[in-house]
Ligand binder design. Structure first.
Ligand code: FES
Length: 160
């Protein structure tokens, strides 16, 4: 026969915390820590860098000595502007394949991404580009050339 040797508790001793309550408290602390960690992480997220996009309609200062058929690419723009005897026209330099910026060369344009070639008027000379480079709307305002990157015009549209 076994005897339990429990010592009698005094009424002044604190109630022992049951094991189940310890686990519950531990879970609460873990959850609070996870929330705090997550919130701290969110506070450290980089702020969105919102840059003002340039206007699609812009003025171009055409070089005076631009030879006929020679492309002028305004700095920071995906447009090539040409001047010939019939007038001024602008060709988008965004490749119609996957959107790379094509580079002008003496024969026209060449895409550095997959090798498409375009004539100076934007017509496709070699794929994989499926369509010609679009022509963009050009207007002359107060003697200055205005280009609208947001508006396309039919090929061959020149402004005198
Ligand atoms: S993006 Fe120009 S050829 Fe593919």
């Amino acid at each position: 026969m076994t005897t339990s040797a429990k010592t009698p508790r005094s009424r002044l001793d604190p109630e022992p915390v049951p094991r189940r309550d310890w686990l519950g408290l531990g879970s609460l602390w873990a959850m609070g820590g996870a929330l705090l960690f997550g919130f701290t992480g969110m506070m450290k997220l980089p702020k969105a860098a919102v840059l003002a996009s340039p206007s699609k309609r812009f003025r171009v200062a055409m070089p005076e000595n631009l030879a006929a058929g020679e492309a002028f690419v305004p700095p920071g723009r995906a447009v090539a502007v040409f001047r010939d005897a019939e007038g001024v026209y602008a060709v988008s330099t965004i490749c119609t394949h996957l959107g790379c910026v094509v580079k002008p060369n003496p024969e026209g344009f060449e895409c550095p991404c997959h090798g498409s070639k375009f004539a100076a008027d934007g017509e496709v000379q070699k794929g994989p580009a499926p369509r010609p480079l679009p022509w963009l709307k050009v207007s002359i305002s107060g003697g200055a050339v205005m280009i609208d990157e947001g508006a396309t015009v039919p090929h061959g549209t020149k402004v005198a």
